[in-house]
Design a protein around this ligand. Structure first.
Ligand SMILES: C[S@@+](CC[C@H](N)C(=O)[O-])C[C@H]1O[C@@H](n2cnc3c(N)ncnc32)[C@H](O)[C@@H]1O
Length: 233
């Protein structure tokens, strides 16, 4: 299948960092053409978490449901969606409600990223983990997950703030292991909320095709540049 066919009439390009809207990107992909959707939405404004005014929009439940509906349509049969959540999302019914409305998608496993050396205090318990649902499109089958020794707790240091391209950057080695386990060379991976575009870097290393966007890619880049000027006078 040619690249043009997989991305339909999309204006978006493969294997590049670009500004764009998640739902628009997915809506332009062809049915059953994608091997992995890496989905890491912005559940709440960053200032609520980090007390810094990053120029990032948060996504409503309705937007995230619409993204999952599109993921359901564009994924190949038995292909995976990796849905990242924080502990707040585990304590309410938001994820189950989205999945009730996307019946071909089922949670088949669950992974904890233990961030090791995180500092700071939490509201109740200190947050030193994030979580990822391994979701598979119908027909669900364990045979497509290629790494039988994958544990469901992954330890990887969070990058120090000054080395991160994005405040919510996910761990590179974990992404590499997950992409290796769920896809093959030249498969297409979609990252509709790409942030730092770390998934693009991994796709290039593993020879996967990547198409990803972030709504505020340009603004965030400019913001990070200004921040680093202030940090290093
Ligand atoms: C949690 S971050 C993603 C971090 C990324 N996975 C990484 O490892 O760097 C969520 C991102 O979604 C982006 N976003 C919010 N609304 C969006 C939308 N409608 N379309 C595309 N991106 C959006 C935000 O700008 C933010 O960068």
């Amino acid at each position: 299948m040619s690249e043009k066919t997989e991305l339909g009439k999309s204006e978006y390009s493969l294997n590049t960092k670009q500004t764009g809207e998640a739902l628009e990107l997915l809506s332009n992909c062809e049915n059953n053409s994608v091997s992995l959707v890496f989905l890491d939405p912005q559940y709440e404004p960053v200032r609520n978490v980090l007390r810094t005014d990053y120029p990032l929009y948060s996504q409503s439940d309705y937007q995230i449901l619409r993204i999952l509906e599109q993921a359901e349509r564009v994924l190949k049969p038995s292909a995976f969606c990796l849905l990242w959540v924080n502990k707040t999302l585990l304590g309410n019914d938001r994820v189950p409600l989205w999945l009730l409305k996307t019946p071909s998608l089922k949670i088949v496993d669950f992974l904890v990223w233990h961030k090791k050396h995180t500092l700071g205090l939490g509201n109740w318990l200190r947050s030193n983990a994030e979580f990822c649902f391994l979701i598979q499109k119908y027909p669900q089958s364990g045979k497509l997950f290629k790494n039988r020794s994958f544990g469901n707790v992954w330890e990887e240091n969070v990058l120090p703030a000054n080395k991160r391209q994005h405040p919510h950057q996910k761990p590179r080695e974990l992404i590499k292991a997950l992409i290796s386990a769920t896809t093959n060379e030249s498969d297409l991976i979609i990252d509709p909320c790409a942030g730092s575009f770390v998934v693009l870097e991994v796709c290039q290393e593993l020879k996967r095709k990547f198409c990803g966007v972030d709504l505020t890619f340009k603004e965030l880049k400019e913001f990070q540049q200004k921040k680093s000027i202030y940090a290093n006078p």
